[in-house]
Design a binder for this molecule. Structure first.
Ligand SMILES: CC(C)(COP(=O)(O)OP(=O)(O)OC[C@H]1O[C@@H](n2cnc3c(N)ncnc32)[C@H](O)[C@@H]1OP(=O)(O)O)[C@@H](O)C(=O)NCCC(=O)NCCS
Length: 124
């Protein structure tokens, strides 16, 4: 089992998006943008998804090398519980290594945190 965690300053993400609007499209998938941008304040949800993508990178270079932001997509089930949908190279590596990645998200006014756990041999 491997664990990755990342803590993000929401204000820093908001400034990055305001300064570089392309940041939104580069980092977040269309579905992630749609989910976050319909909220009154989208920044906590955007920041926590950024944190989740960074947390996946912390699973190790072996797993995350060459993986793009869009390869790691954060979705929510009908109860609001987040889960990770992998694409491209990330999906390929998870298949090869029989890895399942679970995620938990939390955000306050200023900070957003994401934890991911990769489990080997548990295949969904
Ligand atoms: C689930 C719940 C406890 C989250 O509390 P919260 O303090 O608002 O959550 P945080 O601010 O720490 O984190 C927000 C993130 O929690 C995640 N989340 C939402 N519902 C969730 C759920 N049912 N399970 C796990 N995570 C959940 C989401 O990813 C959310 O971020 P997002 O909206 O950007 O995707 C709250 O939404 C709740 O009470 N829901 C209704 C009842 C319920 O389902 N309770 C769970 C069993 S006790």
């Amino acid at each position: 089992m491997l664990i990755g965690v990342d803590l993000v300053d929401i204000n820093r993400i908001q400034k990055a998006i305001e300064r570089t609007p392309r940041f939104l499209e580069r980092v977040f998938t269309p579905a992630e943008r749609e989910y976050c941008l319909c909220k009154t304040n989208p920044y906590p949800s955007l920041a926590v998804r950024f944190a989740a993508k960074e947390a996946v990178r912390k699973l190790g270079k072996e797993y995350s090398k060459g993986i793009r932001f869009h390869d790691i997509e954060i979705k929510n089930d009908e109860e609001g519980r987040p889960y990770i949908l992998l694409h491209g190279l990330a999906w390929q590596r998870s298949q090869e290594n029989r890895i399942t990645i679970d995620v938990s998200l939390s955000h306050s006014r200023n900070q957003a945190i994401a934890t991911v756990i990769a489990t080997r041999g548990v295949f969904k």
